[in-house]
Design a protein around this ligand. Structure first.
Ligand code: FES
Length: 171
């Protein structure tokens, strides 16, 4: 009887140790929850505003027109846009920000469309809505083509409610 009691007593952690472990687990749980919330909010947050950058930093020389084949979509990390060269040779600089809730929209080269990972809105290569919930086309940035060189002004974002041929830049 005495031996059993002693054995049971050895298996029980002392109260201060148990309390310390509870505190550590609670702290780790809070850290994990905080990190999860931070990552989740970052996923839904639109990209950082670039308004603090100098205007010259926001004028991006994308390259020569001939370097972008008809029907190609090229991602630009700097400026956070896609350069879409349409089948008729026109050029659009399309924002990566979804017009539903602002998630970053990747180009799916196999499907030949932009597909938002958040709620599955899809857009064609001109940024037009193929499937909702996105309420309108992807925004664009002004494009100029001079001497065969494409320049994108990322300091300005053009909100589109419909697709219009006047939005497309030609050489
Ligand atoms: S944020 Fe893109 S579909 Fe909702």
């Amino acid at each position: 009887m005495t031996t059993q009691t002693t054995h049971t007593e050895r298996q029980q952690p002392t109260p201060p140790r148990r309390s310390f472990l509870k505190t550590v687990w609670a702290f780790l749980g809070l850290m994990a929850a905080g990190e999860f919330l931070w990552i989740a909010s970052g996923f839904l947050r639109p990209g950082k505003k670039t308004s603090q950058a100098a205007p010259s930093d926001m004028l991006i020389v994308a390259g020569k027109l001939e370097d972008f084949p008809m029907g190609s979509v090229t991602a630009f990390v700097r400026g956070r846009f896609y350069l879409s060269r349409l089948e008729d040779g026109g050029v659009l600089a399309i924002s990566r920000k979804c017009t539903h809730l602002g998630c970053t929209v990747p180009w799916d080269d196999e499907e030949k469309k932009f597909i938002c990972p958040c709620h599955a809105s899809a857009f064609d290569r001109a940024g037009g809505v193929i499937s909702p919930p996105a309420p309108r086309p992807l925004d664009i940035h002004p494009v100029t083509i001079e001497n065969g060189v494409i320049t994108v002004d990322t300091s300005r974002t053009i909100r589109r409610n419909v697709l219009d041929p006047s939005q497309i830049a030609y050489a």
